[in-house]
Design a protein around this ligand. Structure first.
Ligand SMILES: Nc1ncnc2c1ncn2[C@@H]1O[C@H](COP(=O)(O)OP(=O)(O)OP(=O)(O)O)[C@@H](O)[C@H]1O
Ligand SMILES: CC(=O)N[C@H]1[C@@H]2OC[C@@H](O2)[C@@H](O)[C@@H]1O[C@H](C)C(=O)O
Length: 373
């Protein structure tokens, strides 16, 4: 193990995340001892060109076979490119790309080869963050909550607050940072709220050949079909007690609920469904958070943000309002979690994933020295 990691004190960790919306790889440096954040560093983004994205899309929902191997190759290569642009890094946290997630039955699959990345970069890489949690009866997701607890301390939060990530899937973390440690009972409650941008993107691609509803422009022109919204909210997932998690395509059939509607009404209704799922989720929080800090691409959609403001009983703001970076929070989370794994600290607990006991999940790959050198 790198000497800096095995000593106490802060290290420079580089995190990388390839999220469920399949847009690209985010990478970001965090300086931390695995407990307290002491600084944020350089960031980078490497989009997947359409040909690569098509390879990833073709492998979604699969557990093995040539499509999965091909996706893994694309993910490893894309990460090798973006991570090579960073210098002076002690450790890498590599999430990889989730292709399938079924924690109760088949497990969870993130592709990309962390061992090859460690070798290529010459830096230890922590990867496969979710499997140990699933093996211990947890959901394997969400994992950002321990980092959210550190962020709440970083911003000096003096009341419970919520982080809401609106990526392909939505996830919410209720944080009470009056508890010093994230694993303390009552410090964290986390779960996936429901689908977020994935169904909007899928419908935009299918009907209009566009990757997203940029700026919520189409939803703004549409009318919400309340019958479809009510049918969607009948789904038992929303009343299930958390922790709970979702696969990207678990709600793929919701597009069927808007299939008879025109494009603008269909997108407006999907957008309302996403906001309503968050509102249902908020009811599971142990107390009303002081505010909801929104991260992920969904915070760039003003129609979705306005629907959230109307349906939640507290202020809803992008994380930039407290000086955090909403494009990079997940990459930063895996930098932070990598340091925790390397130092034997837990990364999930019963309140975040429903796991039976504290788990520090992840494989550490250390680059091997050339035998001749
Ligand atoms: N300007 C914008 N207007 C509307 N939507 C946007 C905008 N920018 C990003 N988005 C939405 O956010 C998505 C990307 O979000 P993000 O990068 O947070 O997802 P992710 O990290 O891949 O997903 P997850 O958090 O589920 O793993 C885009 O695919 C798009 O749907
Ligand atoms: C299995 C999986 O990859 N889940 C992702 C996905 O994307 C958002 C939501 O669903 C969340 O549960 C998780 O990612 C974030 C980074 C997490 O683990 O906190």
């Amino acid at each position: 193990m790198n000497k800096a990691i095995s000593r106490a004190g802060p290290v420079r960790a580089l995190g990388a995340m390839s999220g469920t919306s399949l847009d690209g790889v985010d990478a970001a440096v965090v300086e931390t001892d695995g407990d307290v954040i002491t600084g944020f560093g350089k960031t980078a983004y490497r989009p997947y060109p359409e040909a690569e994205r098509a390879i990833l899309r073709a492998a979604l929902g699969r557990w093995q076979g040539p499509a999965v191997a091909e996706a893994s190759r694309v993910v490893t290569e894309a990460h090798a490119q973006v991570l090579a642009g960073f210098e002076g890094v002690d450790l890498v946290g590599f999430h990889g790309q989730t292709l399938a997630h079924d924690p109760r039955n088949r497990g969870t699959l993130q592709v990309g080869d962390g061992s090859a990345l460690a070798q290529g970069l010459g830096v230890p890489v922590v990867w496969d963050f979710r499997s140990d949690d699933v093996a211990m009866g947890g959901e394997g997701a969400p994992l950002a909550p321990f980092f959210h607890h550190a962020c709440a301390r970083w911003i000096g939060a003096d009341a419970p607050l919520a982080f809401l990530n609106l990526g392909g899937v939505g996830n919410l973390t209720y944080v009470d940072s009056s508890f010093d440690r994230p694993e303390a009972e009552g410090a964290l409650l986390a779960f996936d709220t429901g689908p977020a941008n994935a169904p909007i993107n899928d419908l935009m691609l299918e009907r209009l050949g566009l990757p997203m509803d940029e700026g919520g422009a189409l939803a703004l022109r549409g009318k919400v079909e309340t019958g479809a919204l009510e049918l969607f909210l009948d789904e038992p997932y929303f009343t299930r007690i958390p922790p709970k998690s979702l696969d990207r395509n678990d709600f793929a059939e919701m597009i069927g609920l808007v299939s008879e509607l025109g494009d603008a009404d269909a997108v407006a209704t999907l957008t309302a469904m996403i906001a309503a799922a968050v509102a249902q989720g908020m009811a599971h929080c142990p107390s009303q958070p002081d505010r909801v800090l929104v991260t992920g691409g969904g915070r760039m959609n003003p129609v979705l943000m306005e629907m959230l403001r109307v349906s939640l009983d507290c202020p809803v703001e992008p994380v930039e309002s407290v000086g955090l970076d909403g494009d990079m929070l997940e990459a930063q989370a895996f930098a932070y979690l990598a340091v925790r794994v390397a130092r034997g600290l837990p990364t999930s607990c019963p309140g975040t994933t429903g796991v039976r006991a504290l788990v520090g999940g992840g494989t550490v790959s250390v680059p091997q020295m050339d035998a001749a050198g």
